[in-house]
Write a protein that binds this ligand. Structure first.
Ligand SMILES: Nc1nc2c(c(=O)[nH]1)N=C([C@H](O)[C@H](O)COP(=O)(O)OP(=O)(O)OP(=O)(O)O)CN2
Ligand SMILES: [Zn+2]
Length: 144
C-alpha cells in the first residue's frame, strides 16, 4: 500500500478517521477530445477517505474501516467502470473521470454513513489514478 501525505480537510469534529485502500479497474472516456483515454485501459486507483463525527457507534467505531473499503472494492474492483450504472458514456457529468469517480465514491460512502445512528460525515475523498494524477473531492455543504 502506498503511504503518502494527503491534503487535510479542515473541521472541528472530535473524531477523524482515514482509510486507505486500492482497487483495479478499467475505463475509457467516450469523448473525441479525450486523446489516448478514449481507448479502454486500466488503473490501480488509490483512495484515501476522510470521515468525521462527534459520536461513536456501539462498537466504539465512527464507522468500521473495513466497511468503507468493502463498499467500494466490491462494487468497482476488477470491473469496467463504464459498465457501472453510476457512470455514463453520454453525459459528461457521469463520464468515469477521476473527478466523477471521486464524487461517486463520496456518494456511495455517505449513503452508507446516513444509515448509521451516530451519523458520521465523509469530508474528503482523495483518489489517485496514476503516479502523476489525482483528484480531491470535498462535498460543498457540510453543516455542523
Ligand atoms: N482532469 C482529468 N484529466 C484527465 C483524466 C481525468 O480523469 N481527469 N484522465 C485522463 C486519462 O484517463 C489517464 O488515465 C490519465 O492521464 P494522464 O495523467 O495524462 O496519464 P499519464 O500517465 O500519461 O501522465 P504523464 O504524467 O504525462 O505520464 C487524462 N486526463
Ligand atoms: Zn484512465
Amino acid at each position: 500500500m502506498m503511504q503518502q501525505i494527503y491534503p487535510a480537510a479542515t473541521h472541528d469534529y472530535s473524531f477523524e478517521i482515514n482509510k486507505d485502500f486500492h482497487f483495479a479497474a478499467a475505463h475509457y472516456i467516450a469523448h473525441a477530445d479525450a486523446g489516448k483515454c478514449k481507448q479502454t485501459h486500466g488503473h490501480t486507483y488509490f483512495a484515501n477517505i476522510t470521515i468525521v463525527g462527534d459520536e461513536l457507534g456501539s462498537t466504539g467505531f465512527l464507522v468500521n474501516f473495513k466497511t468503507v473499503k468493502e463498499l467500494i472494492e466490491r462494487r468497482f474492483d476488477h470491473g469496467v467502470l463504464n459498465e457501472d450504472p453510476a457512470f455514463s458514456n453520454k453525459q459528461s457529468e457521469f463520464f468515469p473521470t477521476t473527478e466523477v469517480i471521486a464524487r461517486t465514491i463520496y456518494e456511495i460512502i455517505q449513503d452508507h454513513l446516513n444509515t448509521l445512528q451516530n451519523k458520521p460525515l465523509c469530508l474528503q475523498v482523495y483518489l489517485r489514478e496514476t503516479p502523476t494524477s489525482y483528484c480531491v473531492y470535498r462535498p460543498r455543504k457540510v453543516d455542523k
